[in-house]
Design a protein around this ligand. Structure first.
Ligand code: IMP
Length: 195
């Protein structure tokens, strides 16, 4: 069986990929599994650039085929911000980010609060061009946080089909529709072709 490095320290992410890649001829290893503690800096200005930097950087460190993802929130009324800067939007982290985002959208009516989550996955293997797949999830930025599940911007991300925010959904439901799940499904097709 071939080994694929999933370039993350996040156990939840590893579990999500393991579920979606079940049945493929690939065994998954995380950075922690391999004892890799070096951080590849995300210096790119696009999700593609950052995913490529991580996939190719960790492949160089491990010698293994490597999957890396980069994701974030794009808000139309903010010209696509926070985008690749989602993790540190406004120079703050945690719940303060929700306050910061709401402040940027003060006075913006419901019909102008269109947003989407984007996830780009880069798949790198020695001696080949890096391949990319992506997933997106459209939604609307709420006027106040709702729900306690998920993480990041989930309490402000209203999904029209579901009539609730991502933070109000059971995790299985979010994981079935998320930008990351869609990108991972597409990555599954690429990996099936590799093995
Ligand atoms: P990462 O590239 O997966 O580390 O995500 C970067 C940032 O995007 C996170 O720190 C969150 O702020 C935001 N983000 C990405 N995916 C989600 C999600 O599913 N829900 C909420 N926030 C997310």
């Amino acid at each position: 069986m071939n080994t694929l490095l999933i370039a993350t320290h996040n156990k939840g992410k590893l579990r999500e990929f393991a579920q979606i890649f079940a049945g493929l001829d690939w065994q998954l290893r995380s950075l922690d599994d391999l004892g890799i503690s070096e951080e590849i800096e995300e210096t790119g200005t696009t999700f593609h650039e950052n995913a490529r930097l991580k996939a190719e950087g960790y492949m160089a460190l491990s010698g293994l085929p490597t999957l890396a993802d980069d994701s974030g929130l794009e808000v139309a009324a903010l010209k696509g911000e926070p985008g690749v800067y989602s993790a540190r939007y406004g120079g703050v982290t945690g719940p303060a980010q929700l306050e910061y985002l709401l402040k940027q959208l003060e006075g913006v009516p419901f019909h102008d609060r269109l947003a989407r989550f984007v996830c780009v996955i880069a798949l790198a293997r020695p001696g080949a061009e890096t391949e990319f797949v992506e997933g997106t999830l459209p939604g609307v930025i709420e006027f106040e946080p709702k729900g306690t599940g998920g993480f990041g911007y989930d309490p402000l991300f209203y999904v029209l089909d579901a009539d609730m925010t991502l933070a109000e959904m059971p995790p299985e439901r979010k994981n079935a529709m998320s930008h990351r799940a869609q990108a991972a499904q597409a990555a599954r097709e690429v990996l099936a072709g590799w093995s």
